[in-house]
Ligand binder design. Sequence first.
Ligand code: GTP
Ligand code: MG
Length: 382
Amino acid sequence: MKNQRLPSDKEEDYEASQMASCCWWRSAAKFEECAKLKWEVPPDLSKVTPRLKVLREMERLALVSLEGLDDLRHKLFSYRCGDFWVPTGGFKKEEMDIPPVNTILLVGFHNAGKSSLVNLMYSVLGRSGLVPFAKTTSGLGPTTMSMEEHNVLRSMRSGFCVYDTMGFDYDRVDECVEELMEWVSDGVHHKQVCLSQGNSELRKEELGVPSFRSSSKFAKRKVNCVMVVVNISEIWKALKASDKNPLEDIKALFRSPALRHCNENPILILTHGDKLSTEDRIESRLRICEHLGISEATGVYDIVCLTEYGFLADESDPVTAYALTESVYRALLISDRNHLPKKNFQDWALLVLSWLMCLIGAFFALLASFFSKLGRKHIRTL
Ligand SMILES: Nc1nc2c(ncn2[C@@H]2O[C@H](COP(=O)(O)OP(=O)(O)OP(=O)(O)O)[C@@H](O)[C@H]2O)c(=O)[nH]1
Ligand SMILES: [Mg+2]
């Protein structure tokens, strides 16, 4: 659709009708108020309720999407890891420990839409058309069985990669959070099996033993930023049935100490919004953000991965395409802000010294236990 040539006035009409169909929030109650507030000088900030903030944020995305998408996409294309780093703490860039690529980890519960989000990234950022790269689920079982590294720009010079992970289980949140801690503290690699999730032996078989063995050859990546993907329609349905458990589980995941390692707050991606009415879609976003204790308008993106017709939203929906691109851009800003200085000689010396102290401590503990046993034996023989 984007490649069709139309006379300029028809092109404008087409763009206007296309925008109208993408701007689902404009039919919301209070939208008029949002528009009125825009023209108020100075704006009365006491009138800006959380609902109006969401509407304003959606309007912002719509406003910049047509002009800004190509610009932002170009920034991602030419991006090299560390480009968004800003000098802090008196260090030079070459003194910082900047990896070859930044790693964005997608996490969420089963069926949230993580793999669909990856496919949408390929489509919007990698201009791959509608070729699905990540396998999505249609049945009951989890589809993504191991970590999958994706270079969504499909470029050899890409400065970031995206990791699709296996969906978590609502019944086993504690285990999931523990495993997430391991991913964040130890790093992740392509084809890494998610062991705490269900039957790991079965999973190894499904992955194929040779590929499982060779998986250790894939580069280990430090997680630089996390995106939590949430099926907003699932949460809303549970809330309507007075079941707060899924919302609590999302909170346990979102606020887990593991995610505090990388950045202040993970980025929140809300999917499946197309399954809700406009009012429910806004209301559920407000409820989720309030429960998580985060702003409803910053660092949160409502991204429909699949339209009601089963197609990827891609560029035919400029607002979705822009929101997706901005979420990746934000993830890279966060990643580059959190690089640490390289270890210097003093750090290495301290590390070696601490290991040495541990060894000496263990040696003396061993000696103590040996001699105490010897002493007891000696007393018994007397
Ligand atoms: N209507 C609608 N369907 C979606 C959306 N996102 C994903 N889906 C569908 O939801 C189902 C689950 O999507 P996946 O992308 O496989 O979810 P996942 O999080 O990768 O699931 P696991 O790999 O099992 O953890 C698929 O049938 C998708 O087509 C969305 O925004 N709207
Ligand atoms: Mg998946």
